[in-house]
Design a protein around this ligand. Structure first.
Ligand SMILES: [Zn+2]
Length: 320
């Protein structure tokens, strides 16, 4: 295994990044993480299939014989299949923004030794690489291989419908991340993977959601983040329970959810996406749900999870 130091440029630059709040992720580091991810998808596809709803074979097929390179792309597109080559180019801008948020967290967390801070960055950036690329690689399997097709789908179906595709890809990416990171520590089990799944979902909510944001003008983004938060609440509750996690419980809490709310923030509709199942409509006082939805893009995961667990109890999602 590579020593963490190899993944940031050098000590002077690392300290400078901490002081100046500039990016500290080298392009070579991102390329290494990306290409290892491709290799691991192929190598561990059967295990990923087993624990991540068949996602392993789909992603292994998407990356077989290909390699990845990070670059600054002059568009809002995250990932591009380079024509005429076997290369996938990933827009690195997003990872620089995550790096900046990590620097803020390091400043607050009070790491004493720089090696610990470096390790924190290394693990976090690897998670970001695996989950962002994992999400994007799944869109072609959903029938939306390019950003133009995504836009056409959203235009005709509505953004709220397309947000369900995003939630599905988010949850699959978090499960793939959970299986791969769990596998580094020996034999895997439903219970062990579920702890890594909790970390992966929390990572998405803490680092990815705030970058794209979910303002009031984009209710589909709020729905997507709220669905992930309620799901994380269910996972946290199960992880806190004593005793092992059964296959049935694992399948239940890894089921992606989707939620819809009204303009008065007083009614919540909840559905499961796999299997497709209606889970109920729930009434609240006018504006009662507003504070929860307004906090979703602040990245304050601990507070959000507490609220999600309370909400899950009130609407019965805890007992599924
Ligand atoms: Zn997407």
């Amino acid at each position: 295994m590579n020593h963490p130091e190899t993944f940031v440029e050098n000590s002077a630059e690392f300290v400078g990044a901490l002081k100046g709040r500039t990016t500290l992720i080298s392009g070579a580091c991102l390329d290494v993480f990306g290409n290892r991810f491709f290799r691991d998808l192929v190598r561990h596809s059967a295990r990923i299939d087993r624990y991540a709803r068949g996602t392993g074979s789909v992603l292994a097929k998407a990356v077989a014989g290909r390699h990845v390179r990070f670059a600054t792309i002059d568009s809002d597109c995250c990932l591009d299949y380079e024509v005429g080559t076997n290369r996938i180019v990933v827009n690195r801008e997003f990872f620089d923004q995550i790096g900046a948020r990590l620097l803020d967290d390091i400043a607050l967390s009070g790491f004493v030794r720089s090696v610990d801070a470096r390790r924190f960055v290394r693990v976090a950036i690897r998670s970001a690489v695996r989950m962002v690329i994992g999400h994007e690689l799944f869109h072609p399997a959903q029938g939306a291989p390019t950003i133009d097709v995504v836009r056409a789908a959203a235009r005709s179906l509505g953004w709220n419908e397309f947000a369900k595709f995003d939630v599905d890809a988010d949850v699959r990416a978090a499960l793939v991340e959970a299986v791969l990171s769990c596998g580094e520590y020996g034999p895997v089990s439903y219970g062990k993977i579920l702890h890594h799944f909790e970390d992966a979902l929390a990572f998405q909510l803490r680092y990815c959601v705030p970058i794209f944001g979910c303002p009031e003008s984009k209710p589909h983004k709020r729905s997507r983040a709220a669905a992930l938060t309620l799901q994380l609440g269910r996972v946290v509750e199960l992880n806190r329970k004593k005793g092992g996690v059964s296959q049935t419980e694992f399948k239940s809490v890894t089921m992606p959810l989707y939620v819809k709310f009204d303009e008065a923030y007083s009614e919540l509709g909840v559905m499961g996406l796999d299997p497709l199942v209606y889970l109920g409509s729930f009434q609240f006082d006018k504006n009662e749900l507003r504070p929860f939805f307004e906090q979703l893009d602040k990245g304050n995961v601990e507070s959000l999870v507490m609220q999600a667990i309370e909400l899950n109890t009130r609407i019965g999602l805890s007992n599924l």
